[in-house]
Design a protein around this ligand. Structure first.
Ligand code: C5P
Length: 244
């Protein structure tokens, strides 16, 4: 496979075109950003770690019959993916209150939600990825009603699977963000990545009072030991996959 030109450079990945117009190459970077890129840094080894974790999770989801953009991983920090038209919506699924949900509702950090909450944010850096209402989403024509229903169904299905997968790793899945794309047949498939950058992951072994954060909140909140936490998440994922 020969790589052609840089198609797009995002905060965490670079996308390249390939000789096959239906295939792109994603290069995962060590660069880290938070708060809409107001905070910038680098997490050593993150590109490899996030690419390997995402690849394993996409393989697991595919085995469950959930279609993703994942093809294969030719190098630790590289993923070959199906070219899709990204739906400009960030889909957040929450099981436990944290982050912007606490900030915007006053719910206490760690409150267990009675049922998973699916939220849509407008994927637009200039506007700071604002929370959408369904009416605004349709007003902006970001997706059709059928696509929103498919995305919601898939997001909940993915949450069920991921919750139990992470539980098997001794990790509590607090919340996470997904992105979907439309493939060449206009089908909605899962895109982007699933990694400690896009999930809140708490060590299940720690008591609530002594919460051990194993995700990007360590970077956002300057908690230190970021590389170790990411590395430990990777090791636990690899162990869980190997022991299947
Ligand atoms: O900040 P907030 O609480 O809304 O984030 C919810 C979840 O979505 C977190 O797991 C966070 O890491 C993820 N997220 C993301 N990319 C964004 C916004 C949120 O991966 N642009």
């Amino acid at each position: 496979m020969s790589v052609h030109s840089k198609l797009y450079e995002g905060k965490a990945k670079i996308l390249y075109t390939t000789d096959d117009p239906e295939v792109l190459l994603a290069d995962f970077k060590d660069d880290a950003t938070a708060f809409n890129a107001q905070k910038r840094g680098s997490i050593q080894g993150k590109g490899n770690i996030n690419c390997i974790i995402s690849s394993k999770l996409f393989e697991q989801l595919e085995a469950q019959g959930i279609k993703t953009h994942f093809i294969d991983s030719p190098a630790p920090n590289q993923m070959r993916v199906k070219a899709v038209k990204i739906v400009p919506i960030e889909v957040v699924v929450r099981n436990i209150a944290a982050g912007s949900l606490c900030a915007q509702t006053g719910l206490a950090l760690g409150t267990i939600l009675k049922q998973p909450l699916v939220e849509f944010y407008y994927k637009n850096d200039q506007l700071g990825d604002p929370l959408l209402t369904r009416d605004r989403l349709f007003l902006m024509e970001l997706a059709t009603l059928e696509q929103v229903e498919t995305i919601t169904h898939l997001a909940l299905q993915i949450n069920e699977f991921l919750r139990s997968f992470w539980q098997g790793c001794g990790i509590t899945l607090v919340d996470f963000k997904l992105e979907f794309g439309l493939d060449s047949q206009n089908q909605v498939i899962l895109a982007d990545e699933i990694s400690p950058d896009t999930c809140r992951l708490w060590d299940s072994a720690e008591a609530d009072t002594n919460r051990r954060v194993m995700d990007k909140d360590r970077f956002r909140k300057d908690l230190g030991n970021i590389e170790n936490a990411y590395q430990e998440v990777l090791q636990r994922v690899l162990q869980a996959v190997e022991s299947q």
